[in-house]
Structures are given as C-alpha cells and as structure tokens.
Design a protein around this ligand. Structure first.
Ligand SMILES: [Zn+2]
Length: 220
C-alpha cells in the first residue's frame, strides 16, 4: 500500500534501427508517449480495505463477540502490537488485512466467495489462498482452505489429475505358517562364476527369510 506511481518510459534519443544487436532491448517505446500519464494513489491499508469491504461481512463481524477472538489476536491487541489495530465495531486488522475471528461459518463463506463464484472460477489451493489473503487473514487459514478445496464437488469432478490412474493393488494373503507361501524371482545377466550366471531368489513370505540358489539361465 502507500504511494503508487506509474512510471513513464524514457527514450533518450535511442534508435533501435541503428543498433547492431547489443542494446536492442533498451528503452524501446512501443506506444506513443501521449498514451502514458502519471497516476498518484495515496492509499492507507485499512481504509483501502474497508472501502472494498462487503457490507455483509462488516455486519457479521460487528455481531461477533470478543470471546471468538484467537489467543494470538487478543495478545496482539492487549500488548499494543503495532501489527494489530482495533478499528471498533468488530473491525480488527492484522498487518493491514481484516482479521476474521474463529467463526467457522464466516471463514467458510469467505473461502466460498473466493473459490466457488463465477468470478473466482474454482482456482487451486494456493491461488484461492492468495486471493483471500489480499484482504483477510485468520490463523490456520491455509489448512481450512486446503480442506475446503479437497471437498469441493466441482473441483473433484472436473479438475484433471496430474497422475495416471493406478490399478487397484491385490495384496497377498497373509501366510499363517512357514512354507505356505513363497515368492520366487530370477536375477539374470550376471557374469559367469563356477558355471553359473543367474541367481534364483526364494523368499518365504511368512518370515521374509531369503534363500539364494546359484543357477544357469539356460537348460543344458
Ligand atoms: Zn472448486
């Protein structure tokens, strides 16, 4: 927040046509100068926030009692921490963001506003969080947003999964005694040693004991 200024590009008499390629990205004006104007904005965090602050949220905040405030908020307000400002009527800011007390319905509604609406367009977890933290803050918001999106019906049905669908696993039956189940594997392509060039690996599933047998990978 604070001062905001749009800077005007400067030409300095540079002509890109005379350039041999060393400075071809320097000070090139793509639009005529009269399209640019200087804009001065003087915005103060909380005032700016409250200007764009939905009336419904303001009203709900004003009805919440102090006992809904988190320990962190109460500590910040009671110790005159400069990050925490009480603007009265339920409006508290933390680092120029509107603090939302522990009211799960209000938090859920705010996540809904920033995720499910047509304008929001069901963004992912991090984008949703970024949109919310532009104006609001509350402790453990990241976990709540993650949980909300994991349960979003439309996201579940339409968002593409980044991984291939896996076949269901069919685990082996658990053996109840030795020698009931064994698994066998062949390690081949080994250099010949004493006439053998492969290993038969036998694993007893009951005890996980391994038996190694030197073998040949061809019939003689
Ligand atoms: Zn969604």
């Amino acid at each position: 927040m604070g001062n905001c200024q749009v800077l005007q590009p400067v030409n300095n008499g540079y002509n890109p046509l005379n350039d041999v390629g060393e400075n071809d990205n320097k000070n090139i004006i793509l639009l005529p100068e009269h399209h640019f104007r200087t804009l001065h904005l003087r915005l103060f965090g909380a005032e700016y926030l409250f200007g764009a602050f939905p009336e419904a949220v303001r009203e709900r905040l004003s009805r919440l009692k102090r006992d809904k405030y988190d320990k962190q908020a109460l500590k910040g307000l009671n110790t005159n921490d400069t990050n925490w400002i009480d603007h009265r009527h339920g409006l508290v800011t933390y680092k120029d963001r509107i603090y939302i007390p522990a009211d799960s319905r209000l938090c859920t509604d705010l996540i809904h506003e920033h995720h499910d609406t047509v304008a929001a367009g069901h963004p992912g977890q991090y984008k949703t969080q970024e949109l919310i933290t532009q104006d609001y803050w509350w402790p453990r918001m990241q976990g709540q947003i993650c949980k909300y999106i994991a349960g979003c019906n439309l996201c579940q049905r339409t968002k593409p999964r980044g991984e291939k669908p896996r076949n269901p696993l069919h685990p082996h039956e658990i053996p109840s005694q030795p020698w009931e189940h064994i698994s066998i594997d062949l390690i081949t392509g080994l250099p010949e040693s004493n006439g053998f060039n492969a290993i038969l690996v036998i694993i007893y599933c009951f005890s996980k004991m391994i038996l190694l047998v030197a073998i040949c990978d061809t019939l003689r």
